[in-house]
Design a protein around this ligand. Structure first.
Ligand code: OAD
Length: 264
């Protein structure tokens, strides 16, 4: 596949002006933000979900679902271990760094929130404040039976079916599996922030499959507020947004950040 073309300077200037004027910005991110850190996306070229059945006679979405985890945890853990292995050693790229810088500075823009579906922990590693990890983080493990919880650097030391050191029950990562509810705390945090409102919404590197990921863009649109998509490929929200930069997240955010700092 050809590398995405660089962002148009005129579009970059327009987006930088929106960022400079905004008081509260929401950046919704997905797997595409981590692509330049070498992580595979879920869908599309080179994606993990290639439509094929796994060797276990089910799709990977089924293998990574709550019901299969309860029935056949060894299958779910096999794919969790694979996903973690794909993330191992990855470091934040320019996209994570720019969003972290924006979320840490007081002006401009005033307040930046990141709503991410990624479980790789790279926004947090880059130092993003105001971070909502709506699908959790692979690096946080918990026991399915007792209060044991721990943060792990990677899964290198884990067995194929990891068990709790305290009670021997099965462990799981604090991530949302298919057919499971979203975690309560980040969901409430997101609703609280949406109620406070945003005056600029970005959608970056996500195919926007889920209603709670599309909702902030739709809300902004209904309120007549600007929306921006950064994604080399068209998505479910491409026809909705005001400005579309069909480019990679890192190069585009770096260019917007540069234009912002030149504006002073
Ligand atoms: P997807 O794999 O569905 O989409 C990744 C998006 O990133 C695609 O639209 C690509 O075009 C885009 N992309 C690829 N490279 C890019 C780059 N360098 N810069 C910008 N964009 C790029 O991933 P998500 O939308 O994150 O959920 O998927 C959402 C959820 O589906 C995941 O969190 C996961 C999965 O099932 C759960 O596991 C619950």
């Amino acid at each position: 596949m050809n590398a995405p073309s660089p962002p148009s300077p005129a579009l970059v200037q327009r987006v930088a002006a929106l960022v400079a004027d905004a008081r509260r910005i929401l950046c919704v991110t997905g797997a595409g933000v981590s692509a330049e850190s070498g992580l595979p996306t879920y869908r599309g070229v080179g994606g993990i979900y290639d439509g094929e059945n796994t060797g276990d006679g089910m799709t990977i979405e089924e293998a990574l679902s709550g019901p299969v985890f309860r029935r056949r945890p060894e299958i779910t853990w096999r794919y969790l271990l694979e996903i973690e292995r794909a993330c191992r050693g990855a470091v934040p790229n320019a996209a994570h760094e720019v969003l972290a810088r924006w979320s840490n500075c007081t002006r401009p823009p005033a307040e930046v929130w990141v709503l991410t579906q990624n479980v790789d922990g790279l926004h947090s590693a880059a130092g993003s404040q105001n971070l909502i990890e709506i699908h959790g983080d692979l690096h946080r493990l918990r026991c399915t039976s007792c209060p044991w919880r721990a943060r792990v650097q990677n899964y290198e030391q884990l067995s194929a079916l990891p068990c709790c050191v305290d009670c021997g029950a099965l462990l799981r990562p604090e991530v949302v599996l298919f057919e499971e509810m979203l975690p309560e705390s980040p969901t409430q945090q997101l609703q609280a922030q949406l109620t406070l409102g945003f005056d600029l919404v970005f959608s970056i590197g996500t195919s926007s499959q889920f209603p709670y990921i599309v909702q902030p863009v739709v809300m902004a649109k209904h309120q007549g507020l600007p929306t921006v998509e950064i994604n080399p490929h068209e998505t479910t929200i491409s026809s909705l947004v005001d400005l579309r930069l069909a480019c990679s997240a890192g190069a585009t955010l770096r260019a917007i950040d540069q234009a912002l700092s030149e504006e002073g």
